[in-house]
Structures are given as structure tokens and as C-alpha cells.
Design a binder for this molecule. Sequence first.
Ligand SMILES: Cc1cc2nc3c(=O)[nH]c(=O)nc-3n(C[C@H](O)[C@H](O)[C@H](O)COP(=O)(O)OP(=O)(O)OC[C@H]3O[C@@H](n4cnc5c(N)ncnc54)[C@H](O)[C@@H]3O)c2cc1C
Length: 459
Amino acid sequence: MVQLENALVYDVIVVGSGFSAIAVTCNLIQRLPAKATIAIVGDDPGFGRGTAYRTELYLHRLNVPAGRMSLFPDRPESFVEWLNSRGSPLSEGDFASRNDYGLYLRDTLAALLRKRDDRCRVDFVKAKATGCVERYGASLGFLLGNGDEIAGKNVVLCLGVGNAGLPVDPVGEPAPGRSRIVRNPWRLSWLRRVAATDKVVILGSGLTMIDQVLALRTFGHRGSIDVLSRRGLAPLGHARTVITPIKIDVHTLPKTISAILNVLREKADRSEDWRAVMDGLRPVTQELWKRLSHDERSRFLRHALPWWSIHRHRVAPDVFDKFDGLIRDDVVRFHAGFLKSIELRGVAGVVARYRARGTRKIAEIGADWLINCTGMERAGIGHSPLLKEMMRLNLIATDPLGLGIQVDAHSSVVTPIGKAPGRVFAVGALTAGQYWEITAVPDIRVQARAVAEGIARSM
Ligand SMILES: Cc1cc2nc3c(=O)[nH]c(=O)nc-3n(C[C@H](O)[C@H](O)[C@H](O)COP(=O)(O)OP(=O)(O)OC[C@H]3O[C@@H](n4cnc5c(N)ncnc54)[C@H](O)[C@@H]3O)c2cc1C
């Protein structure tokens, strides 16, 4: 490692501390020469857990079966073996808890770090990267929240996509004391403040909403929960039995979204279970996305995305049954419409007004609490001061659909002008413009390995 001006210069800096960062680091440790140096810069208290695997509630389960959650694509049994080694009877088709998955990531990384002979140096830097400096020649420098600077010849951005903000700014009179609006539901402390019979309105009807509804019930909430989203669609469940995916050859599919959907619907009608078609699409989704023109991609995002999401990102069967039971018992009620305003009414709580879907009627839902579950899948770069700063310095560019940042087919960041100092890569949902399905472990782990291999080859 070299000391340049104010900074230590590493061979690789991994920025972030969620799954993507751990996956890249594990792959690098296995591939880099002993003299190489890696720094992981992250401010997450539970290194490797990120937002997804930090929860300690058992009902917060993985939405992908254990057999597909190994860190390593070439060792698919790794997670199930880890579960079994800890006395868990779960097998590859089961849905483990997300807390267990966080522990598996921690243990896997720790096992690699324990092998001291012949392994590269790995430094964990507990800090937020707050800005960039370009004055380190062939490396890119970062300013850290703790006042330090570090630089890397290779940089891998693993920042996730953050939480989407509220769709509209609240108006009116806030309640004295604590706010009745939960902007980031992943800070689970809000659950303790909700009284058992409080009325709750949730914005967004995806996986985050289901998580929060089940967490509310676990914390003793027994009041009604109103869910508002544009279409009022909620994720579907995985099958209880093994479904054999049908084989889909993307080269035989038409080029427009509407024609592709027609073909897929026909295939689903002919299949025993529609999930066979969705699961058949899984390994070829990135290829399919690559073949779509910009206009077709944008058409997909405008018209088909909610349907894609509920069929593709499904929940464990027993989680689905539990949630479905709450709908049947009228505890959870869905509303489809466009949110127009959020009004705070002091101690009287909060009112969400919306235009009911397909009508001009403005309806309202009054509640004690409003929870923002509008999700994180497509939060772009707006959540990250670091990415905004990198944009300003022309070190990154947003992708044309605003899903994240532009990368090439090797996950190498495309800069708007010239070449960035050092080699900069991005891994995870930030690269959705290039790959589309790159939010879940089975996709990210392949990308993480490819990036680590590319860096190792270049050294
Ligand atoms: C609730 C939830 C459940 C999920 N369940 C599953 C599942 O069951 N199966 C599955 O395959 N996928 C699941 N996912 C998808 C999930 O996004 C991925 O599996 C994976 O966790 C993404 O990890 P990541 O590291 O890319 O992003 P994140 O987990 O968001 O991590 C990003 C990290 O970067 C850090 N960071 C950000 N900015 C900076 C900065 N400037 N400096 C330093 N550090 C920074 C953050 O603090 C954070 O730790 C789930 C996602 C969520 C939100």
C-alpha cells in the first residue's frame, strides 16, 4: 500500500457494506495475490447485512428459497450447508429467515479472513464516503465522514439504492412531540410507538408493505391497516410444491413488450402453474432486457412493471397465507389510486387524499400513522450525496431511464467525459439500467464474481 499526500492508496476500495460489498470482497479475497490490499468503506453497524438482512423478526423471511441464496454461484449448496451446520433442518426449497442469512454472510466472510496465509490484506473502514477527490493520479480518492481520505486503483460502488422518499410533501399541523409519519420503516423503532388499536395507512403495496404489516402484528398491533398504491396490487406467493420452470428461448420472443406479454400469457395458460413461466424467465431476464430498445424498456416500466413485480418477486408460502388471512379478515384493506396530498392534523393524526383509480373522485383515508413503503427498487441516485457529488464531477452518469448509473456489460462505470481516474465499477441495483433484474442475491452474486475476476485479471 502506498501513502500519497493525505491518503492511503489501496488496490481496491469497496464502498458500501451490504450484500453486494460482501459478495465482491469474498470473491476478491479468493482471487487477489497476497500482496494486494482491499479497503471496505461502510457505515452500516452490521457489516454485510444492509437493509435486507438486518431484521431480527423471524417472520421477515427470505423471498428466495435457500437453495438459490448461496454467496457463490458455483457452490449453490453453501447456504443450506451453513444452515444445517447450525442445526437447522431447512433444505434447498425452504425459506430461511433474513436474520439467519445475515449471519451466514458474516460467517462466510469471517471464515475467509481467518485464512491468514497467502491472503490479501483487508481493512474495514467504518465510515461513510462523503465525497471524491481526483488528485491521486491513477487512483480515485474518497473523503470519509471521519475526516480521513483514502484512494483506490480500483473502486467498486456497492451503495444499494436507498429508500424512496415520500411521493408528496406533507402539509398542515404536525403532532406535538414525535412525527406520525414514518419515512424510513426499516428503522424498526417506530413499531414500539404504535398503540394496539391505532389506525395505520401504508403507502405502497410491495414486499416492504408486507414486511411492515407482519411486523406490526408481531408487535401487538390489532387496528386496521389501509394500503394505498396506484394499482392496489400486492406480491403473490411462491408455490408450496416444486415447480419445474419451462425453458424460454429469448431469441424466439418478439421485440415489443405487448407482443412478448401475449406470448408469455399463452405459455402461462398452457402451463400447470404460471410460476413455471416466471421461473423460466429468471435465467434469461437480463438477456431479454438487453434485446429491448430504449422505448420498449420505458414502455415496460410505464405499463407492465407492477404486474412484473408481483409475479416475479414473490413471498414465502406461509408468509403469503398469513398476509392473505389479514386481508380476508378485513384487517388489511387495499385502495388503488394516485396520492394527491398528505395532511397532518396535529393530535388527530394524518389524512392521505388520493384520486381513486379510473375515476375523478378524490377519496381520503384518515389514520394515526402514515408509513412510507413506496420501496427502494428504483430510487435512482437521489438518495446518495456521494453519487450526486460524483455526478457533479462527471465521474458517473445516470442511465437514460433514471434507474441508477450507467455501466457497460462488465459493470464498469461509463463516465460522461473521458476516463475516470482508476477503474470504477458498480454492483447491485444501481446497475439496473444495464441489467434490469439485479436486485436479488442470485443475480448480484454472478455480477460480484465477474467484477472480482475482472479486477484480479488486471492485477
Ligand atoms: C427488506 C428487503 C428484503 C429483501 N429480501 C431479499 C431476499 O429474500 N432475497 C434476495 O435475493 N434479495 C432480497 N432483497 C434484495 C436485496 O436488495 C439484495 O439481496 C441485497 O441485500 C442488496 O445489497 P446491496 O449491498 O446491493 O444494497 P444494500 O443492502 O442497500 O447495502 C448498501 C450499503 O451501502 C452503504 N452505503 C451507502 N452509501 C454509502 C456511502 N456513501 N459510504 C459508505 N457506505 C454507504 C449502506 O449503509 C448499506 O450498508 C431484499 C431487499 C430488501 C430491502
